[in-house]
Ligand binder design. Structure first.
Ligand code: SF4
Length: 269
């Protein structure tokens, strides 16, 4: 059994991870993520303009789940796929989309559909984090269905290219949405110096992008003698006034996301 993933620049030999991800993603996990993505395409086609809060949640969370190293838990991916499947069936019969047919298809169409899919996954991360902080945008949500449906349908390269351009514009709106969510909750970020030294004593390392999770952890650990370190993309959290006010948000551990598994296995202490 093999896999195919070329969604990030760490991809093996610059062409694609096929026997396991450079990021640590296993073959089974990659194939589960493909199957779940195929269901999301089917959901987008089935919904046909009648999206609900439930389908929005599944669409955004499903796309976000499939980004690089967000979720390697096979059980939770399989559960999400079952939920998507149940939701699609409320709209009637549907045709499965086999992602392998896209990976093995015409190279121009594959490139354009991949560009759309990876762009949507990135946009879903922004939409997911904005939603956690209470912000959403119905035009952004509607575009997820339009573009995911296109991945499962026949389109010319010109049509897909137009969709790529549209995705860029919608993505900008989604980034503005997240910026508004972050800055209205945690204030406008300011430049700060962040140490990479690890102090003696108990500590917790937080990775990912979820500022709300970090905030909750900071509140729960305040005054308990536990230091909190960011990792990877959580580094910018140090700049937000409402997060940096916690004295035990003390520094940053490690390097970039793709080294997460290796670095977490070797956390000192
Ligand atoms: S996300 Fe992981 S499996 Fe996919 S291309 Fe990047 S390193 Fe390879």
């Amino acid at each position: 059994m093999s896999m195919f993933c070329f969604q990030c620049k760490q991809t093996a030999k610059g062409t694609g991870c096929t026997i396991g991800g450079v990021c640590g993603k296993k073959v089974d996990t990659a194939n589960l993520l493909d199957a779940m993505t195929g269901k999301l395409v089917a959901l987008a086609i089935a919904v046909n303009g009648k999206n609900t809060a439930k389908t929005d949640e599944l669409m955004i969370d499903g796309l976000f789940t499939a980004i690089t190293n967000v979720n390697f838990n096979d059980e939770s991916i399989a559960k999400l796929e079952i939920k998507i499947d149940a939701e699609i069936k409320k709209y009637g019969d549907y045709k499965e989309t086999d992602m392998k047919a896209i990976w093995d298809g015409d190279e121009d169409i594959r490139s354009l559909k991949s560009l759309i899919l990876f762009g949507l996954r990135g946009m879903a991360a922004y939409a997911h984090h904005a939603k956690i902080l209470g912000k959403s945008d119905k035009n952004v949500n509607a575009f997820f269905y339009k573009a995911m449906a296109a991945i499962g349908q026949e389109h010319t390269a010109d049509e897909l290219l137009a969709l790529v351009i549209e995705l860029g514009n919608v993505n900008l709106a989604c980034m503005a949405l997240l910026d508004d969510a972050n800055t209205s909750t945690y204030g406008h970020p300011v430049p700060v110096k962040v140490t990479t030294n690890i102090e003696k004593g108990p500590f917790i390392v937080v990775t990912g992008h979820d500022l709300k999770d970090l905030e909750l952890l900071l509140k729960q650990t305040e005054g308990k003698g536990i230091n909190i370190y960011t990792h990877g993309e959580m580094l910018p959290a140090h700049g937000y006034p409402e997060l940096k006010k916690y004295a035990h948000l003390i520094g940053n551990f490690g390097t970039a996301w793709q080294n997460q598994q290796k670095e977490f296995d070797n956390i000192p202490g």
